[in-house]
Design a protein around this ligand. Sequence first.
Ligand code: T46
Length: 133
Amino acid sequence: MSLVKWIDFQVLGDARGSLVALEREHNVPFEIRRVYFIYNTAEGVSRGYHAHRKLRQVAVCVAGSCTMVLDDGHKREEVVMDTPTRGLLIEDLVWREMHHFSDDCVLMVLASELYDEADYIRDYQKFVTERCK
Ligand code: T46
């Protein structure tokens, strides 16, 4: 089964432009406890390189583009994120890396939990051990 789980958003548009609404139950499959966004990323920088024990997230590239690598310890999949009209659901115990940020990239992330450094697994071998036990 693919690690890449897109959620397509309904675009509410009229002559003024476009609008996307994100709501729990409707198009986000968890209670949203935190929102953060990554922007102004310096050229050549990659981010991520960790997994979460419990956290579920939906990432939406609201401007520009980047690539997201997802890895479950067996397979690695890479997707281009370049539209605000769909979100990438990232489940718990999935290793993620983000690369190739465009200058104008704004990556918004909806998270199921508050920030907790103890939830991070930042060592790849440790992640594989936890994921595969
Ligand atoms: C993820 C990917 C997609 C906070 O204090 N609160 C927060 O809510 C977040 C997300 C981060 N931080 C602090 C922790 C670090 O000192 O901000 C700093 C940068 O975080 P980090 O190095 O984890 O950033 P990324 O871009 O590598 O990863 C982030 C999220 O942390 C992570 O959950 O899945 O984006």
